[in-house]
Design a protein around this ligand. Structure first.
Ligand code: UDP
Ligand code: MG
Length: 136
């Protein structure tokens, strides 16, 4: 049974700053993801606070929102069978030091905060996050 899903991926400021967007997009394509749409944008701190509001009680929330709004990002809708879980696997653990070999965060992540990529973690959040960036 096929289960084609869409998920939201973000190439975060640390990766865009190092010009890694083409390398990271290539990894997605090589792993069978279809990049349905993408845009390079810079968001405000308020927008980052809205995007990451599930984390508003966390000690790292303020820094996280400052960071995501600190420079250009690339936001993409990725499509594949089981895209949400498959993207999480390909990204690797939140902390690059704990990420498995062959994952994007292992390869490019700098630290737990500058970990190069975001990916939706559930069907519901994928929909909310896709709408956040792409709802017309
Ligand atoms: N983060 C951080 N410090 C932490 C945990 C998370 O700065 O101790 C940042 C990190 O950039 C991470 C984001 O907050 O990607 C969202 O955290 P989450 O637990 O949702 O990790 P993810 O889903 O991105 O793997
Ligand atoms: Mg998360």
């Amino acid at each position: 049974m096929s289960n084609v899903e869409q998920t939201l991926s973000i190439i975060k400021p640390d990766a865009v700053e190092r010009n890694l967007q083409e390398n990271i997009k290539k990894i997605f394509v090589e792993n069978g993801f279809n990049i349905k749409i993408e845009k390079k944008i810079k968001i405000s701190k308020n927008e980052a606070e809205e995007f990451y509001k599930v984390h508003q009680s966390k000690p790292f929330y303020n820094e996280l929102c400052s960071y995501l709004s600190s420079g250009p990002i690339v936001v993409m809708i990725l499509e594949k069978d089981n895209a949400i879980l498959e993207n999480r696997k390909l990204m690797g653990a939140t902390d690059p030091l704990k990420a498995d070999e062959g994952t994007i965060r292992k390869k490019y992540g700098i630290s737990i905060d500058k970990n190069s990529v975001h990916g939706s973690d559930s069907v519901d959040n994928a929909k909310i996050e896709i709408d956040f960036f792409f709802k017309s």
